[in-house]
Design a protein around this ligand. Structure first.
Ligand SMILES: Cc1cc2nc3c(=O)[nH]c(=O)nc-3n(C[C@H](O)[C@H](O)[C@H](O)COP(=O)(O)OP(=O)(O)OC[C@H]3O[C@@H](n4cnc5c(N)ncnc54)[C@H](O)[C@@H]3O)c2cc1C
Length: 557
């Protein structure tokens, strides 16, 4: 295979055992050994390789291409058993940045951290950045429809995509953008592969309009399944295939260039911390705070809090002597809280941003007054340094836990559930009731309370024979609960290997059959990232789950 591809491919090709081993992992709990890793120099390479795979698929049905950016996917979306195409080595440029139009064009392999350095020079930001923003890349954000702490106000990656260049399964690069009626019908009239995609997608959407709209998830963020509900905006008569490609995990096309819109960075922000002793009123607190338009409404539980205090030493590392002293001093109230046994059940971080310090201080005061009747202790942070302490607990505690627990590894499988925020008071105790009997599993709950999105990433011992059956048992129970409360099995981390088998549970057989139809329309030969979004089973989860001695996260970032 390598010698054949070398004849036309300008980028690098690697099949050394070390490279294959590295690319057999992403940040998920799976391991699949690929046959080859390729690093395209440009879109020409991508097109040529897709054409070669298409032509050779008949003789070698196992051939496929899985696009990969930084490989931090937690669902197993960036691994597969044939060719892995890594964009971070060459296709990582910022093509252009237009500060006046607040727009950037970027290649998929550019790391978000590098992209942000450039946008910040112009006072602009892509606000759907993730908690993994120092290690992930732009192509993966598009592939997964990623989002993060500012998504309460700004939404997910899909909201920021203006245009995509995508290599379809025909081996040609196509420009996708919102089309008006006339432009759409011109596409539909084309006799090529692109024409057939537009024709068949339009037909499918028209035929199933009611059931598609009924299946639209009732949550503010969703990365489960194919996003069928936003492709056709019937009110404005706009048809936009970008909506579908974003979040499709490279199963419908390979993204070669991304045009994004950006927002100005706010000049001031202020954080209010709410210490909640019981969760009964969580939904009502969130409901009352949301109309005040906080930029972030994040949370972490008592286990996270205790963990941060336990491993405090690591949390304050690398701050220098004076920095360490002042940072440590700022934690005194928390230490007293622990000593007096008064650890709150949940800590809410409510951040407001705006043009001036006065504006955000007023917003915090208003928020404090609005929720005063619940009787929870609140604290408005005095400065950015103090706010940072709370943010650090939210962002770093999980990494701390991973580092300190011997013989266990992270097991993201119910890592990204989301329910409408108003059901949280009922939902969270039921979730805890499912998890609590599993005494061998260590877990914390943190997340985006404003969206009702929680990240539960347990630590599990993969030498323990109970682990795999427990993963499947808990998934089934938790996803049934999520569906009962009109939630989604994944808000931002996407389906991959770990959640694809549960898509019929979430959407029902009809919508899942439409997902299968979409895959057939775009990728009839199944050459693009197979077994993600459709075709993956519980047996695949069992088959590809990491072996006990496998190394920890080995993404290529
Ligand atoms: C510690 C940690 C924290 C995280 N926090 C968050 C978070 O806050 N929010 C969040 O949304 N996610 C989070 N994630 C998950 C992950 O980091 C994000 O989904 C990220 O955006 C993926 O980017 P990547 O470059 O690593 O993509 P990859 O892992 O390389 O790929 C992700 C998916 O996109 C597809 N893809 C990649 N490139 C292309 C392309 N060129 N064309 C088509 N498809 C492509 C891949 O096939 C794969 O299915 C976290 C992960 C970790 C390890």
């Amino acid at each position: 295979m390598k010698s054949e591809i070398q004849k036309f491919f300008k980028g690098d090709i690697d099949d050394t055992p070390e490279t294959l081993k590295l690319y057999s992992h992403d940040a998920s709990l799976f391991e699949i050994m690929p046959k080859l890793v390729v690093y395209p120099k440009n879109a020409e390479d991508v097109k040529e390789l897709v054409r070669w795979v298409k032509e050779n698929k008949k003789n070698d049905p196992a051939l496929s291409i899985t696009a990969r950016s930084a490989g931090t996917d937690m669902s197993g979306g960036a691994i597969n058993d044939s060719i892995i195409m890594d964009f971070t080595r060459y296709m990582n440029a910022l093509v252009s940045l237009s500060p006046d139009r607040k727009e950037a064009i970027v290649e998929p392999g550019m790391f978000y951290r590098d992209f942000e350095t450039e946008t910040l020079k112009h006072g602009l930001i892509l606000p759907c950045y993730t908690a993994s923003k120092s290690i992930n890349a732009m192509g993966g954000m598009v592939g997964n429809n990623s989002s993060g702490e500012k998504s309460l106000k700004y939404g997910s990656t899909r909201n920021f995509i203006k245009e995509l260049k995508v290599v379809f399964a025909d081996g040609f690069e196509h420009v996708l953008r919102p089309l008006n009626k006339k432009e759409l019908y011109a596409k539909v009239a084309q006799t090529d592969f692109e024409g057939s995609i537009y024709r068949e997608m339009l037909e499918m959407i028209n035929k199933n309009q009611d059931s598609i709209q009924k299946a639209r998830p009732k949550v503010s963020k969703n990365s489960a399944g194919y996003d069928l509900w936003d492709i056709y905006d019937s009110k404005n008569e706009v048809f936009d295939l970008c909506k579908l490609i974003v979040g499709s995990q490279g199963t419908l096309g390979i993204v070669t260039e991304i045009t994004l819109s950006l927002v100005p960075v706010d000049h001031a922000s202020k954080l209010m911390v709410v210490f909640m002793n019981d969760l009964t009123h969580l939904g009502s607190v969130v409901d009352e705070l949301l109309p005040l338009r906080p930029e972030s409404l994040e949370s972490y539980d008592d286990k996270t809090f205790k963990l941060a205090m336990k491993f405090f030493k690591d949390l304050v590392k690398a701050k220098g002597a004076w920095g360490l002293f002042t940072f440590a001093l700022s934690f005194l109230p928390e230490f007293f809280m622990i000593l007096s046994g008064g650890v709150p059940k949940l800590i809410l971080l409510v951040e407001f941003s705006g043009e001036s310090g006065t504006q955000v201080a007023l917003a915090c005061d208003e928020a404090r007054q609005k929720i005063a009747h619940f009787g929870f202790k609140t604290h408005i942070t005095k400065n950015a340094r103090e706010a940072n302490k709370y943010w650090q607990m939210r962002r770093d505690s999980f990494a701390l836990l991973r580092k300190h627990v011997e013989g266990r590894r992270t097991a993201p499988f119910i890592d990204d559930i989301i329910v409408p925020p108003h059901v949280l008071p009922e939902f969270l105790p039921k979730l805890n009731a499912i998890l609590d009997p599993y005494k061998n599993i260590i877990y914390t709950i943190a997340g985006h309370a404003g969206n009702g999105n929680f990240h539960i990433i347990p630590l599990m011992d993969f030498n323990d024979p109970r682990t795999v059956p427990q993963i499947l048992e808990i998934s089934e129970k938790v996803y049934n609960l999520v569906v009962k409360y009109d939630g989604s099995i994944t808000a931002e981390h996407n389906d991959g290997i770990i959640r694809t088998p549960y898509l019929p549970l979430m959407y029902g057989p009809h919508i899942y059959s439409l997902f299968e139809e979409v895959k057939k329309i775009f990728d009839p030969q199944v050459i693009l990232n197979p077994k993600k979004k459709v075709g993956d089973t519980i047996k695949d989860i069992e088959k590809y789950i990491i072996k006990p001695d496998a190394p920890h996260i080995t993404h290529n970032s």
